[in-house]
Design a protein around this ligand. Structure first.
Ligand SMILES: *Cc1c(COP(=O)(O)O)cnc(C)c1O
Length: 365
């Protein structure tokens, strides 16, 4: 076996680095997926997930990647032939709109330049002009590092008589202050492998009453991603199908670590890492290395920064970092040559980030 690299060098914006103790927590014997043992485990997991989502509602646990719950959101909120207003500002929000279309619904795409966000005021106008079953968006657009103003958007959508708000919060929940109940979000989802710093393979979501009602009214919403069934069963500490039991062990353990830090502490740590990254970019500018941040000021995600290199050549930077034993993210899609991404999320600290930035300074200098 090759030697395990030390923790603190893997800054991919997903999957993120998993603490060795969390990895280890998976290595326990199987339990049946019916019975007291799993019910106890799922019960403790619910308690841990509630503060993470800032909700008192049941948190659905799905054995799938996050995209599975994006598809669930569409199938349960939009009847076949129905329509969404899909806010697109990068690859993942674009994927959400594609899921709408591939499920036989119609997506009215409202695209803004990648790196930008959608002004809530204009959203109100657009909702008035069309009849929409739902609005889709990515709160934290991992491909660009842009952060939507979810609270303001939610309050606009709440005024619409028919549209439900479907939120991909995959690099939000666990790293970005997000108030599911207080902001009255209809459906919000995340995956295990981003800000929650777990191995990939689980997804979590919270559905409002209105969302569940809508789902029940759609006869052919499917089985595996039937939110009504997932919701009902998790209330009974059950899942409709066999869950990824080993990942539940890791989740249970990681939730105890999150509780120890406190969710507010976790949000604050992510803001501190973001600030440190911006500060470093300024320092680099002072040393004659011209870098920028793709996302507009005031609309930047605390979990991921998409750094622009005006002269291009970012793949060479990512590669050189890799040969030195450090992992950062490539630019995504059409941003591949001009950006790289730092995933300052999950269990990383400012101190670890400092070491990464020192190394990057050398590579760029
Ligand atoms: C990673 C990511 C996804 C997709 O998650 P999977 O778990 O790979 O399905 C969706 N949206 C955003 C914002 C992401 O960062």
């Amino acid at each position: 076996m090759t030697q395990t690299p030390e923790f603190g060098r893997f800054f991919l914006p997903g999957p993120t680095e998993v603490h060795p103790d969390v990895l280890e927590a998976q290595a326990r014997p199987m339990i049946g997926h019916r019975g007291q043992a799993i019910e106890d485990l799922l019960g403790r997991i619910q308690e841990g997930l509630e503060p993470v989502f800032q909700t008192t509602r049941p948190v659905i646990v799905s054995t799938s990647s996050a995209t599975g719950l994006m598809e669930a959101a569409v199938r349960n909120a939009v009847p076949p032939g129905g329509k969404t207003l899909s806010l697109v500002n990068g690859s993942f929000s674009e994927r959400f709109s594609e899921i709408v279309e591939m499920c036989g619904r119609t997506a009215d795409v409202w695209e803004v330049p990648w790196g930008g966000v959608h002004p809530p005021g204009e959203l109100a106008d657009r909702l008035q002009r069309g009849e929409y079953d739902a609005v889709t968006l990515s709160q934290s657009e991992t491909s660009t590092g842009a952060l939507q103003d979810l609270q303001a958007i939610a309050s606009v959508v709440a005024d619409d008589p028919s549209a439900l708000l479907l939120v991909d919060s995959v690099t939000g929940i666990g790293g970005v202050k997000t108030m599911t109940d207080e902001w009255a979000i209809d459906f919000i989802l995340t995956g295990s492998q981003k800000a929650l710093a777990l191995p990939p393979g689980l997804a979590f979501g919270v559905a409002s009453h209105a969302m569940l009602d809508r789902g029940r009214s759609i006869a052919d919403r499917g089985w595996y991603f039937d939110l009504d069934q997932l919701h009902d069963q998790i209330q009974e500490r059950q899942t409709p199908a066999t869950p990824a039991v080993s990942l539940l062990y890791a989740l249970h353990y990681q939730l105890s670590r999150i509780a120890e830090e406190g969710i507010e502490g976790r949000w604050a740590r992510h803001l501190a890492m973001q600030e440190r990254t911006f500060h470093w970019i300024d320092e680099m500018g002072g040393n004659g290395v011209d870098l920028g941040v793709l996302a507009a000021e005031g609309h930047r995600s605390p979990t991921v920064t998409c750094v622009t290199i005006p002269g291009g050549g970012s793949p060479a930077v990512v590669k050189e970092m890799s040969s030195r034993g450090w992992v950062i993210g490539d630019g995504y899609g059409k941003l591949k040559n001009s950006t790289f991404r730092i995933g300052h999320m999950g269990d990383h600290t400012v101190e670890e980030l400092d070491e990464l930035l020192d190394e990057l300074s050398e590579v760029l200098g």
